[in-house]
Design a protein around this ligand. Structure first.
Ligand code: 13P
Length: 401
């Protein structure tokens, strides 16, 4: 089930453990991650990185991610990893993500603060936590740090405190010696720095570049104050190795899913997330979408009705947090209302932001309200967690014991 992601990481922070944010690029990884987390009853963050979006059909994969996030009893968040601009975050807010990252860590202080502040205001208005980053973790998702070098820039605890105060970001990614992908030499992590960061910064801390650390390093990382650990390269390597030598795609896929599940279970145990699912469900409110429904009759001409509907689909469908939009006509001519607008908003905060959005107001005043004089508008909360799931009618398979 999707839960309030602010509370999800706040639970980890208060209880002193880290939740895995596993980047995924297909449904085999998605299934492996959920299976592994279910095996050890761990809360989990399903993460899609912007740098990977050319590898798959994001909209199609997000349908599957949403379906599985809503179906599993585990507390889940869906995270947009390493977003590069506000425009990309706006788009992500419509696709079903529940938390967003803006990575402006390559910019100077002033630019990073300014961009992260705007992104945090945007995301928090929609009820989605914004992860900012201060310091530099070399490398890029799926590409070893060796190919994307640059010196590690460690995060300074006092600067981190100022960064969080000035930007208002909900989560902070910090640099304490990890790199994305594989290391060239032995990773040397600055745990003292992480402990100082935990003391000075009052928000959950994120570690990028989880691949390549030893069990002891992971345990120390969690003791020192990591609350979300991003993990990718090891998963794709293990999946690839498990699939090698099997001649058929169906067997390769099955082996890959099993390898990913085993690694997710192992890391969730190491990071202390295993066994926390029940406690998080008690602590974090469910993530509830809103159905915005308008029944109306039309008092103007048919061409004006056409224009109003076409413009509405264009304008409203592009607004933040609008996940689905449909224009309808009554099946029967004697229905008391002849037309319908229905749209799914990410959650009640996104509904409020939609109501106040000047683009929505301008459209409604110019095109909709003048002709739809007779109307009823009701916002409904999706009370069943699977309401917005396209496959909700299918029985869920029984999870492995
Ligand atoms: P690794 O690929 O090193 O596990 O890092 C993943 C990551 O940090 C995603 O943001």
């Amino acid at each position: 089930m999707l839960v309030d992601p602010f509370a999800l990481l706040e639970h980890a922070r208060r209880q002193g453990y880290a939740i895995g944010a596993y980047d995924l690029i297909d449904t085999a990884m998605l299934e492996g991650i959920i299976q592994g987390a279910e095996r050890v009853a761990a809360p989990v963050i399903l993460s899609l990185a912007e740098a990977h979006l050319d590898l798959f059909d994001e909209q199609a994969l997000m349908m599957a991610v949403l379906a599985m996030a809503q179906r599993t009893p585990l507390p889940v968040a869906i995270h947009y990893d390493h977003g590069s601009s506000l425009e990309r975050l706006e788009r992500a807010s419509r696709l079903g993500y529940t938390s967003l990252m803006l990575d402006a860590s390559h910019l100077g202080w002033d630019e990073n603060v300014a961009a992260t502040r705007v992104a945090a205001e945007f995301a928090h208005r929609l009820g989605m936590p914004l992860e900012g980053e201060l310091g530099y973790v070399p490398g890029e998702e799926g590409r070893d740090a060796e190919l994307h070098p640059g010196e590690i820039r460690y995060t300074d605890p006092e600067e981190a405190r100022a960064f969080v105060t000035e930007t208002g970001c909900a989560w902070l990614a910090v640099s304490i010696g990890t790199v994305h992908g594989r290391f060239r030499g032995e990773p040397r992590l600055d745990f003292t720095r992480l402990r100082r960061l935990r003391e000075t910064v009052g928000v959950p801390l994120v570690i990028h570049g989880g691949t390549g650390l030893s069990e002891d390093q992971f345990k120390e990382l969690v003791r020192a104050g990591a609350h979300k650990i991003n993990y990718y390269t090891a998963l794709v390597e293990l999946a690839g190795q498990a699939a090698l030598g099997r001649g058929r795609w169906d067997q390769m896929r099955q082996a890959a899913v099993a390898a990913i599940a085993a690694e997710v279970a192992r890391t969730s145990c190491l990071w202390g997330a295993a066994g926390q699912a029940d406690a998080v469900r008690r602590f974090a409110a469910p993530w509830v979408a809103v159905e915005h429904v308008i029944y109306y009759n039309w008092s103007r001409s048919d061409p004006e009705l056409q224009t109003m509907q076409t413009r509405g689909l264009e304008v409203l469908g592009q607004l933040p947090g609008v996940q689905r939009i449909a224009a309808g006509r009554a099946e029967r001519a004697d229905a008391p209302y002849q037309y319908l607008w229905t749209m799914t908003l990410a959650n009640p905060q996104a509904m409020q932001a939609f109501r106040n959005d000047p683009r929505h107001q301008d459209y409604a005043n110019a095109y909709f309200r003048p002709g739809a004089v007779e109307r009823i508008t009701i916002d409904f909360l999706h009370i069943h967690p699977q309401s917005a799931c396209p496959t909700a009618g299918l029985a869920a398979p029984t999870p492995e014991p």
